[in-house]
Design a protein around this ligand. Structure first.
Ligand code: CP
Length: 331
């Protein structure tokens, strides 16, 4: 097993990667393996530079990050806000309820209005796939996708990758199963692209009503029986069943789903001794994971949350650097 890279931890040691060109972070599908590695390397540096994401470093002082969230969020929204503040930037928080969206203003007009206040990044979450891509064409500032419907959630994928790399060092030879509601999960899609580009073997597992066999055509292993694949898995990422995105009931009862797919103490006994248990959150205790497993020694769920800050600091810094370079600004 190779160790994850470690870095010098002074702001002066942070060198902007010459190969980084992107001003927007819209998805992981369009990123190369090398770009994903750069994001993970910079995230690791940010984590070390800020004493585990706790200290402030004035790398982005004078800049402003706007959070435009049209869907609920606990982790992503607060994490972007804190990441920006840890790097010395200001933040603007926008939620659709209580705003002029209720008076009929369009999504793009709202975003342009916020941009006109002088923001450098718009971080956006929306139930419609492709909305961050639309903003990247309509606005001049940097755009970050914080979740677009069931399409992608790139910073969630990156924080999951960073957590795995911190524990396992590398992705080659690892088998990672994404378990649950793959059809409606943006986290699943970002993980599928990120993990496969970095060399992991990806299994998508869940009931046939929530896991399409079409993933097999793209080269991914599809499984409908968790107990069959469990002994082979190095990492399990347990996804929430997204009842709010279902048109019909995907299984007869939550109890039946939990019987077949919940990670519980009995299944832990049949898993590898060093299995990593992950979940993007929010978790539904007793549905995809039992409390004993969520709070057990194999669980890295709260490490994932902390790594979310590191990944978001990295994304903000890299996109701002590419933006300044494109506009001919040198610091
Ligand atoms: N994992 C995730 O996106 O959580 P939030 O919905 O709380 O942001």
């Amino acid at each position: 097993m190779s160790e994850p890279p470690t870095f010098e931890t002074s702001p002066e040691s942070l060198v902007f990667p010459a190969s980084w060109q992107r001003r927007h972070l819209l998805d992981l599908e369009s990123l190369s393996a090398s770009e994903i590695r750069t994001l993970l390397d910079v995230a690791q540096q940010m984590k070390e530079l800020t004493g585990g994401c706790r200290r402030k470093v004035q790398l982005l002082a004078g800049k402003t990050c706007a959070n435009l969230f049209f869907e609920n969020s606990t982790r992503t929204r607060n994490s972007f806000s804190l990441a920006a503040k840890r790097l010395g930037a200001d933040t603007v928080e926008f939620g659709s309820s209580g705003s002029s969206v209720a008076k009929g203003e369009t999504f793009v007009d709202t975003a342009k209005t916020i941009q006109a206040m002088g923001v450098d990044w718009v971080v956006t979450r929306h139930s419609t796939p492709g909305t961050p891509h639309l903003l990247s064409r309509e606005l001049e500032c940097c755009i970050i996708n914080a979740g677009d419907g069931p399409h992608e959630h790139p910073t969630q994928g990156l924080l999951d990758l960073l957590t795995i790399r911190q524990h396992r060092g590398q992705f080659d030879g690892l088998t990672v199963a994404l378990v649950g509601d793959i059809n409606h999960s943006r986290t699943a899609r970002s993980n599928i692209w990120g993990l496969s580009k970095l060399g992991a073997h990806v299994i998508v597992c869940g009931p046939p009503t929530l896991v399409s066999d079409r993933w097999e055509e793209l080269g991914f292993e599809v499984a409908h029986n968790l107990d069959d694949i469990l002994p082979r898995c190095d990492v399990l990422n347990l996804l929430r069943v997204q009842f709010e995105r279902q048109n019909t009931q995907p299984f007869p009862s939550v109890h039946e789903y939990a019987n077949l797919y919940a990670m519980d103490v009995d299944r832990m006994r049949r898993a590898k001794d060093d299995i990593l248990i992950m979940a993007p959150g929010p978790i539904n205790r007793g549905v995809e994971i039992t409390p004993e497993v969520a709070d057990g020694k194999h669980s890295v769920i709260l490490e994932q949350v902390n790594n979310g800050l590191a990944v978001r600091m990295a994304a903000l810094w890299l996109l701002a650097g590419a933006d300044e370079r494109e506009r001919g600004i040198t610091s």
